[in-house]
Structures are given as structure tokens and as C-alpha cells.
Design a protein around this ligand. Structure first.
Ligand code: 13P
Length: 247
């Protein structure tokens, strides 16, 4: 059985009291056997939310792979780890596009996370022009090959994958059931080829991109979709929890 996960990426939203209130609402209404819930708040709220000792894990949206040093404005992998962080987003398309994070750099981040016992949620996904050229599967599997292809079996089994087509992020245009299932099955096929049948079968693959309380159940019904990475709809406790109950 693969783990079912719904994760909320709060991006650069919410003031401190709003973040605390949202976390408390989600945590108090969450029923433990629905699925595992994770939230990724802005970095400055992470310690406060971890200090709530709730059932909902609190991860980071970003970190730097070096332990320490002259990287003004960055927060190191050991700093987030020492705050009790157990999950981190890596390779989100906004980091790839706006902050020019390359596959090589993402590979370093994934290695650093695993070394510090942090589960990387490895994001992948194609831009619209690649989908229009029908090259989306090759594009995404290449992203995976260059970021996680080198991992040992004991490492890949600790990773979570999130497929987020860039054209679906924040646009209200979600992938169709067929588009989501096709890509998730292709990712799983690649994982099985790379790491073996059994390993590929147990890795959780999340869908992200305009996933909300209305479309989550049909997306989560796809055989290779194991949950969601939610942006906008994760900023409202009721809709986030409704998504979590969509399996
Ligand atoms: P939206 O759900 O707002 O489309 O964002 C998806 C996303 O980028 C999650 O990481």
C-alpha cells in the first residue's frame, strides 16, 4: 500500500496570526486516518507551527544545500533540520523558473535533504509548449533522471514525487483525468525501470496544479495518483480538509 498524502504549499502568503490560525483549524479538524497531511508555510512560521505539536507535519518550501557559509539571505539544510523539519519541497517550478534552480542544483538539495533525514518532495512538470509538442513524458522523466536518477534504493524510497504541470499551476486549468493518469503512470514506469518493480510500486506520486475540493476526488481516483500538492486551495482549512477526504 502506498502512502496517501495531501500537502499544502502556502507559498508567500499569510501573516503570522493567519498562518497560526490556519494551522490550528486544519489540525483540530483533521481525522488521523484520512491520509497524511503536510503543510509548507513561509519559513519564518515554521518553528512556531512545529511548536504546536500538532498531527500535521510542517515542512519547508526551500533551503540551501550547504551546511553554513556566506550565502546571504539563505537558510541551510542543517538549520532547518535542527528546527525539527522532516519534509522539504525541492524543484518547484517557481524555484526553477524564478530563481533559476537547475537540475544539478536540485540534485545537491535532494542529497543534502536525505543526509539530514529530511524527506524531499521532488517536484517535476512541463511548460505548456512542451505539452503542445507532445514531449511532456520525455521532459518530465529527464527532470527525474537528472535529479533523482542517481539515488540508491534506500534513498529513493524516502522520496515523494509531485507532478505539477506548469500550465495548471494557479491557472484554474487542471490536468484532465487522462492527462494526470498518463503522466503518473509514466513516472511510475520510469521509477520501476530505474529502481526495480517493487520500489517503483511503493513511491507516492502527488498531483499538483489547480487541484481543489471539487476536482480532487476524480484526480485521486486515478490508479497512480496518491494525493495532491495543493496551492491556493490549501489556504482555506475547510477546502484543504475536504481535499484530504477525497480518496
Ligand atoms: P495551485 O493549487 O494554486 O494551482 O498551486 C499548485 C502548486 O504550485 C503547489 O505547489
Amino acid at each position: 500500500m502506498r502512502k496517501k498524502i495531501v500537502a499544502g504549499n502556502w507559498k508567500m502568503n499569510l501573516l503570522p496570526e493567519e498562518a497560526l490560525e490556519l494551522y490550528r483549524q486544519i489540525d483540530s479538524d483533521y481525522c488521523a486516518d484520512d491520509c497524511e497531511l503536510l503543510v509548507f508555510p513561509p519559513i519564518m512560521y515554521v518553528r512556531d507551527l512545529i511548536a504546536q505539536h500538532g498531527q500535521i507535519s510542517v515542512g519547508v518550501q526551500n533551503f540551501h544545500p550547504e551546511e553554513s557559509g556566506a550565502y546571504t539571505g539563505e537558510i541551510s539544510v542543517s538549520q532547518v533540520s535542527s528546527c525539527g523539519v522532516k519534509h522539504a519541497l525541492v524543484g518547484h517550478s517557481e524555484r526553477r523558473m524564478i530563481f533559476n534552480e537547475s537540475n544539478d542544483f536540485l540534485k545537491e538539495k535532494i542529497n543534502a535533504a536525505l543526509t539530514h533525514d529530511i524527506v524531499p518532495l521532488v517536484c517535476c512538470g512541463e511548460p505548456l509548449e512542451i505539452r503542445d509538442m507532445d514531449s511532456h513524458v520525455a521532459y518530465v522523466t529527464n527532470q527525474l533522471a537528472e535529479t533523482i536518477g542517481h539515488l540508491a534504493e534506500s534513498e529513493i524510497v524516502r522520496c515523494i514525487i509531485a507532478y505539477e504541470p506548469i500550465w495548471a499551476i494557479g491557472t484554474g486549468r487542471t490536468a484532465s483525468i487522462d492527462q494526470a493518469q498518463e503522466m503518473h503512470a509514466s513516472i511510475r514506469y520510469w521509477l520501476k525501470n530505474q529502481f526495480g518493480e517493487q520500489v517503483g510500486a511503493i513511491i507516492t506520486i502527488l498531483y499538483g496544479g489547480s487541484c481543489n475540493a471539487s476536482n480532487a476526488s476524480e484526480l485521486f481516483a486515478c490508479p497512480d495518483v496518491d494525493g495532491g500538492l495543493i496551492g491556493g486551495a490549501s489556504l482555506d482549512a475547510a477546502s484543504f480538509l475536504k481535499i484530504a477526504r477525497s480518496f
